[in-house]
Design a protein around this ligand. Sequence first.
Ligand code: URA
Length: 198
Amino acid sequence: MSKAELLEQIRKKILVELNDHLRESAQNLVFGKGNPNARIMFIGEAPGEQEDVQGVPFVGRAGRELDKLMRSIGLTLDDAYVANILKYRPPNNRDPTNDEIKAHTPYLVDQIKAIQPKVVITLGNFSTKFVLADFITDRMKTIGGISFLHGKSVQKSINGLQFKVYPLYHPAAILYKPGLRQELEKDFLGIKLLLDQQ
Ligand code: URA
């Protein structure tokens, strides 16, 4: 079965199995976009308003920032697959709860296993904490999660599948903290190096 077919199976499984309160308040499932055969996978947090309307991740303001950052290193959606921790929008874009993360992430793990990326870019605290749960120490949490972890790659394996995890600030962060733009642009250059090493 092709990777695209595997993803389609996962999408259908979500529609059958994941019947929680987020689905009730949301308009659409936001599953993923991009190339299922890409070597690089971006993982965001949760759909926002525009993503919920269109059923596609990163199509609002944060998405435009992500597009710009990708273009700055010559990447398009042909080179990457993009998905989120949560598959349905939380009301008013509030933070995901632990229960929601627990219910939605098995499908994200299925997506990672289907795509078999070489590099996984976690965007922001929630996706970084989920993917690197066994790596993050209490000390790192005290120092402040993503502000400590961003821009450094970590080797990770899920069921024998090996990949590099490269945490970055969430592109939405530069909308309310413009000072982070430079940092994020610099970290993006590191993606190129990581891909060249694969
Ligand atoms: N922010 C995210 O983390 N994901 C989206 O899909 C949109 C905004």
